[in-house]
Design a protein around this ligand. Structure first.
Ligand code: SF4
Length: 75
């Protein structure tokens, strides 16, 4: 696995509890009271985290590499 770590955030005010993120990357996202949260703020860099951010219908997930926002990716 890569040594690079990213920071994952979920905006609970935007999340609509679809569960897509937890279905896509269950080791990274958990659903709690119909809102998603990252299991850990720092995660190993992995494509599935970006996929989850891309697929979130509420654009509630942001993925940060240092100070750069790398997800969701532009269409
Ligand atoms: S995919 Fe987006 S809206 Fe759905 S549970 Fe995850 S953060 Fe919330």
């Amino acid at each position: 696995m890569s040594d690079v770590t990213w920071t994952v955030r979920v905006d609970a005010g935007l999340c609509m509890g679809s569960g897509i993120c937890a279905g896509t990357a269950p080791e990274v996202f958990a659903l709690e009271d119909e809102r998603a949260r990252p299991r850990e703020e720092r995660v190993a860099a992995q494509e599935r985290v970006l996929e989850a951010a891309d697929m979130c219908p509420a654009q509630a997930i942001t993925v940060h590499d240092g100070t750069a926002v790398i997800g969701p990716r532009p269409d």
